[in-house]
Write a protein that binds this ligand. Structure first.
Ligand code: NAD
Ligand code: DAU
Length: 360
């Protein structure tokens, strides 16, 4: 029975990944989820699997090397899937330090602990033990409108503290592969969307604001482009890289689904109006008049667009969810989980929203 150590498994992609693994492997694997439960971590995301005998949650900080080493000592871990990170660009612009701590130093702790646990006396590593570092297309910086896609060979050019911290963590992982032949992979994925995404990110924030009849904040001219991928497709790619990819390789993941932010907002308004009941009093407030252009994000990357050619050719992965279906499923999920949305947007979130948006 393979044991997975998933870091950041209470966050958006991590919790989707844990659901994905249990659906696929059921009782034939064991998962240990290590999460600090920052504002972005939410055990509600894992309610339906929390009592499984082959699942264990440990609340811990990945920067705490004693606890992390102990977890490796007490468990024969064969797969590490490292999601834990501070993940929001706007927060990194206000408070970069925690991004360096968690994303860079935390990754170093994870690498050191896995290296110590997996190393054999001759300097090689235990067979079939693998570390996957989950990273982002933001490490490649920003593209002009007609520029070629990001490829695995594109030089790094991060423009904000979040992407700089992720680029640094990628380089650390690469250095472990090169220096020690440490058995790892790095994946760089484009923007994810889907269930359990925290409403500080564009899509759930727009859905939440629209439902409340609040302004829909668009940074700058709204024409910045992101390449959107349904979260389950990302989870499948990660699993395929670990099971079918070549060790030491870097794989880019994306859906060839470039959209301007303003297009995304129009799509969300249209779908909400289509699927909400006419008798729902909120429906009449949801229209284009809510769209509000606000001060741009500092150093706002203009366009992300990533080529998944390598993962398609070498691993056989391709994006399965077409955007029109994925975004509809996502909006339906948020409408069916309004309690979840209410819980995560109370208290601390209100303060965050005030601080980020009131003076914009
Ligand atoms: P998220 O912010 O929703 O979740 C992050 C999780 O990490 C939370 O559960 C949080 O509690 C946990 N965490 C934070 N600091 C920790 C620490 N010090 N120790 C232990 N746990 C800690 O993030 P997400 O959107 O799910 O992203 C997950 C990973 O995927 C990140 O590494 C991110 O860089 C990467 N990524 C995200 C996207 C995207 O579109 N969201 C795209 C590509 C790559
Ligand atoms: O590309 C992958 C990255 O995607 C991940 O590495 C990050 O963890 C993830 O947060 C995401 O980064 P972005 O900065 O692209 O995502 P965000 O949802 O914050 O913003 C998407 C776009 O929408 C971006 O151009 C900024 C804009 N935006 C965002 C918010 C929150 C708005 O116009 N208004 C908003 O209120």
């Amino acid at each position: 029975m393979k044991t997975y150590l998933v870091t950041g498994g209470a966050g958006f992609i991590g919790s989707n990944y844990i659901h994905y693994l249990f659906k696929k492997y059921d009782d034939s694997i064991k998962i240990i989820n290590v999460d600090k439960l920052t504002y972005a971590g939410n055990l509600e995301n894992l309610k339906s699997i929390e009592n499984r005998e082959n699942y264990k949650f440990i609340r811990a900080d990945i920067c705490d090397h004693e606890v992390i080493n102990k977890i490796f000592e007490l468990n024969e871990i064969q797969r590490v899937v490292h999601f834990a990170a501070e993940s929001h660009v706007d927060r990194s612009i206000k408070n970069p330090e925690i991004f360096i701590q968690t994303n860079v130093l935390g990754t170093l702790v994870m690498l050191e602990a896995a290296k110590a646990a997996w190393k054999l006396s001759d300097g090689t590593f235990k067979a079939d033990h693998k570390f996957l570092h989950v990273s982002t297309d933001e490490v490649y910086g920003s593209l002009e409108e007609n520029a070629a896609y990001f490829y695995e060979t594109t030089p790094y050019a991060p423009h904000n503290p979040y992407s700089a911290s992720k680029a640094s963590s990628n380089m650390l992982v690469k250095s472990y592969m090169d220096t020690y032949q440490f058995p790892a992979n790095i994946t760089n994925c484009s923007n994810n969307y889907g269930p359990y995404q925290f409403p500080e990110k564009l899509i759930p924030l727009i859905i939440n604001n629209a439902l409340q009849g609040k302004q829909l904040p668009v940074y700058g001219d709204g024409e910045n482009i992101r390449d959107w991928l349904y979260v389950r497709d990302h989870c499948k790619a990660i699993d395929m890289v670990q099971e079918k990819g070549d060790l030491f390789e870097i794989y880019n993941i994306g859906g060839h689904n470039e959209k301007q932010n303003i297009q995304i907002i129009h799509i969300i308004i249209k779908i909400l109006r289509e699927i909400m009941q006419d008798q729902d009093p909120r429906k009449k407030n949801i229209d284009e008049n809510l769209i509000t252009y606000v001060t741009d994000r500092k150093s706002h990357d203009r366009r992300y667009a990533i080529s998944p050619d390598k993962i398609k050719a070498e691993v056989g992965w391709y994006p399965e969810t077409i955007f029109e279906q994925g975004i509809k499923k996502t909006i339906v999920w948020f409408l069916e989980h309004e309690d979840w949305l209410k819980n995560v947007t109370s208290g601390e979130y209100q303060r965050y929203y005030e601080e980020m948006y009131s003076a914009r």
